[in-house]
Ligand binder design. Structure first.
Ligand code: NDP
Ligand code: 8X3
Length: 251
């Protein structure tokens, strides 16, 4: 299999770390980014020569631009961009949620993703091939109480992916949105509940959620599709999860 160059955002934990490790084990070259530099260094040390750590905050557009421009020539031709960096903050109803949390989710999940995409895309189009894999969520299409802005950011990711494909048709570049439901084994809920591990554990109590390995399986499968196939979006849930009904408030 031809060696690919893959950029994974948010590779210091959870899905991103598993995706980076999975693809490095196959012999691909992975550029790993996140804010926690030491975690990226550990990852790079485990796969010598295959992982390039680039500490960055996706909300800092100038830093992202400088970091990508500084890549050595042999790392510049990115074949696959996995836009995974993202977070949920809080689960309060909209009238009680913190505005700064909303702003951070929008800055990270929407603006950060758009920044990295805009910087990587021209190279892919010029080379006539590439894949952009965005990590969305079932929260982008299925509302739930307290999901307010988090769900809205993932709806943005879903529709941005579709609109990328509208622009990219015939270019050899494809975009996909992977939209998981409940996934355990990551820092997602701990971040959402500001480090409250009891609350975070409660999310997964008495369930068998998806695992980051399941997400890495799916991302790897998309990467392996032949160039004539576009996976626009893919929704995945664990067996223990399904759709709920609408809410009716009766008098
Ligand atoms: P984690 O919290 O384990 O991982 C999130 C990653 O994003 C970390 O590596 C973190 O690194 C990085 N990140 C966060 N903010 C920034 C930033 N400003 N700049 C750069 N990197 C950043 O969570 P998951 O692995 O679970 O989540 C990954 C993605 O999957 C997210 O987009 C999430 O919304 C989505 N998702 C998660 C689901 C779940 O149930 N777990 C289900 C559906 C979707 P660092 O802190 O070092 O910067
Ligand atoms: C993560 C899944 O249901 O917690 O995106 O929003 S959920």
């Amino acid at each position: 299999m031809t060696q690919k160059t893959i950029l994974v955002t948010g590779a210091s934990s959870g899905f991103g770390k598993h995706i980076a490790e999975r693809m490095a084990r196959r012999g691909d070259k992975i550029i790993v980014t996140a804010r926690r530099a030491e975690r990226l260094t550990e990852l790079a040390e485990a796969y010598p020569g295959l992982i390039k750590p680039i500490p960055l905050d996706v909300t800092d557009a100038a830093a992202v631009e400088a970091a990508l421009a500084d890549l050595p020539p042999e790392w510049q031709a990115i074949d696959v961009l996995v836009n995974n960096a993202g977070l949920a903050l809080g689960l309060e109803p909209a009238n009680e949620a913190r505005l700064d949390n909303w702003e951070r989710m929008i800055a990270t999940n929407c603006s950060g993703l758009v920044t990295v995409t805009r910087l990587v895309l021209p190279g892919m189009v010029a080379r006539g091939r590439g894949q952009i894999i965005n990590i969305g969520s079932t929260a982008g299409s299925i509302p739930y109480a307290g999901g307010n802005v988090y769900g809205a950011t993932k709806a943005f990711v879903h529709q941005f992916t579709n609109n990328l494909n509208a622009d990219l048709v015939g270019s050899g570049v494809h975009a996909s949105c992977v939209e998981p439901g409940l996934v355990g084994g990551t820092e997602f809920s701990s971040v959402r509940f500001d480090g409250n591990s009891e609350k975070a554990a409660g999310v997964y109590q008495d369930t068998q959620p998806l695992t980051p390995e399941d997400i890495a399986d799916t991302v790897e499968w998309i990467i392996d599709r032949p160039p004539h196939v576009t996976i626009n979006y893919l929704v995945m849930m664990p067996d223990c999860q399904s759709f709920g009904g609408q809410v009716v408030k009766r008098r």
